[in-house]
Design a protein around this ligand. Structure first.
Ligand SMILES: Cc1ncc(COP(=O)(O)O)c(C=O)c1O
Length: 447
């Protein structure tokens, strides 16, 4: 029998009387039929208040690279909590964590901590502007860099207003943003090197930095085209711009040296979030000494009462030790599991005639469903995705999967953790088979 969610429904009704819109992050409202309430997680497993058990591929929006509630991390946090929960001062632990990041990530010559990647992005922009004395940041359409005014420009450009291919619009999906913020950005399409060169040339001498998700995880998991990373590096070197790699999702998921090691490039600044704190509110800015110079000199302000909080540092140290202890098989072993899941979902899709095309390098992937009549082949950028992906059909399938206990991120993103094993993938596919059958039998395209 498909799962039901009566207790979550009840709690969501109650929450709306005390919590604005009933949730504490807007995106959580997307979960259908209701935002779920959880009681417990362990490894790849998650249980909700209705007693439903899930194989979890949502993983705290990708933060839980080590699975739910790993015992070693819980012990490390508990031990630290007994010594002190917050000092707003120095402790040896913060050096130990920074030294671990330095050892894993070659471009991380110096590090600073914050509580969220959103904040780290803002610090990186401030630093880049101070470093260059320029105003503009070049970012790519469909890339997400946190929820602040500056992180969301051009993230969700709607098809009817996104502007020409050569000049993507600088739109913001939120109301309440000062219009002048939009003027601080140049938006380019992802994966088109010739177009990128033209965009940079048009604003030559005015751009402080180029920021990107090395794999466009927030839109369809689109890997960088061959030559894109080296073109960004070359343009940054040529024009004195900083190269900012936003590795909030890819950091440590793509191996100890992150996506920059996996794809072979060296950024000036790196945004680390999610896995670096193993699911605690922890994020880091890492960079070369040259790029960090204005923080060292004190000309750029970076502050925060809770920065380098010892509970988060304890979790981070434990997390980075897990990464450091992975053998040469990392990330290939995790990738193999992800690819097995992708292949299994593809086989089920073929069996039930669902045009589902999992896309991504396995460590993380996206389940694209092609719109009727859409062309085959990998999706290459944000516009391509909006034109070809059948979002309502995916939402229907996602609900069927959830009702059988397989949980992916609402938008279609799946992450694999170090806690998943072959047996978990087999079990997920067994459950997915039931979900696909029900989806195929009940899906009707909107008129
Ligand atoms: C690429 C990227 N950058 C920045 C952020 C912002 O991270 P946080 O939610 O920790 O502020 C996210 C969050 O999902 C992200 O995916």
């Amino acid at each position: 029998m498909p799962y039901t969610f009566a207790r979550s429904q009840e709690l969501f009704q109650r929450a709306q009387r005390s919590i604005a819109a009933g949730v504490n992050s807007g995106i959580r409202k997307m979960e259908a039929p209701v935002p779920l309430y959880f009681t417990r997680g362990s490894g790849p497993n998650l249980w909700d208040v209705d007693g439903n058990h899930y194989l979890d591929f949502q993983l705290g929006q990708g933060a839980l690279l080590y699975g739910h509630a790993p015992a070693g991390m819980a012990d490390a946090i508990a031990a630290q909590a007994r010594l002190g929960t917050h000092w707003a001062a120095q402790c040896e632990l913060e050096i130990e964590v920074a030294e671990r990041i330095q050892k894993l990530v070659p471009s991380a010559e110096l590090i600073r901590y914050s509580n969220s990647a959103t904040e780290v992005v803002l610090t990186a922009f401030r630093l880049a502007r101070a470093h260059t004395g320029r105003k503009l940041i070049l970012k790519f359409e469909g890339h997400y860099h946190g929820w602040a005014d500056e992180g969301l420009v051009g993230f969700a450009n709607p098809l009817d207003r996104w502007g020409p291919d050569e000049n993507p619009a600088r739109l913001h999906p939120s109301k309440g943003v000062i219009p002048e913020v939009l003027d601080q950005f140049v938006v380019a399409r992802w994966n088109d090197v010739a177009h990128l060169r033209r965009r940079v040339d048009e604003f030559r001498g005015q751009i402080a930095a180029i920021i990107f998700e090395p794999v466009l995880c927030n839109t369809c998991v689109i890997e960088p085209a061959p030559g894109l990373m080296s073109a960004i590096r070359e343009l940054c070197d040529r024009d004195g711009m900083l190269m900012i790699s936003d590795e909030t999702i890819t950091g440590f998921r793509f191996g100890g040296s992150c996506a920059q090691g996996y794809y072979g490039y060296k950024p000036d600044l790196t945004i680390l979030g999610k896995a670096v704190g193993g699911g605690t509110p922890f994020a880091a800015l890492a960079g070369t000494k040259a790029a960090m110079a204005k923080i060292i000199s004190g000309e750029v302000i970076h502050a925060g009462t809770l920065n380098g909080n010892p509970l988060c540092l304890a979790a981070s140290k434990w997390s980075l030790d897990q990464i450091g202890a992975q053998g040469a098989d990392y990330p290939a072993g995790t990738q193999k599991l992800g690819r097995k899941l992708m292949a299994g979902l593809s086989a089920l899709a073929a069996e039930h005639k669902v045009p589902l095309r999992p896309q991504g390098p396995g460590l993380i992937f996206h389940t694209v469903i092609l719109k009727p009549g859409a062309a085959e082949g990998p999706i290459n950028d944000y516009r391509d995705y909006v034109r070809r992906h059948d979002a309502p059909r995916w939402a229907h399938l996602r609900r069927c999967l959830l009702e059988e206990g397989v949980r992916a991120i609402e938008r279609g993103l799946w992450s694999i953790s170090l806690a998943h094993g072959d047996g978990d993938i087999d079990e997920a596919l067994k459950r997915a088979a039931v979900a696909f059958r029900r989806h195929a039998a009940t899906w009707t395209a909107p008129a």
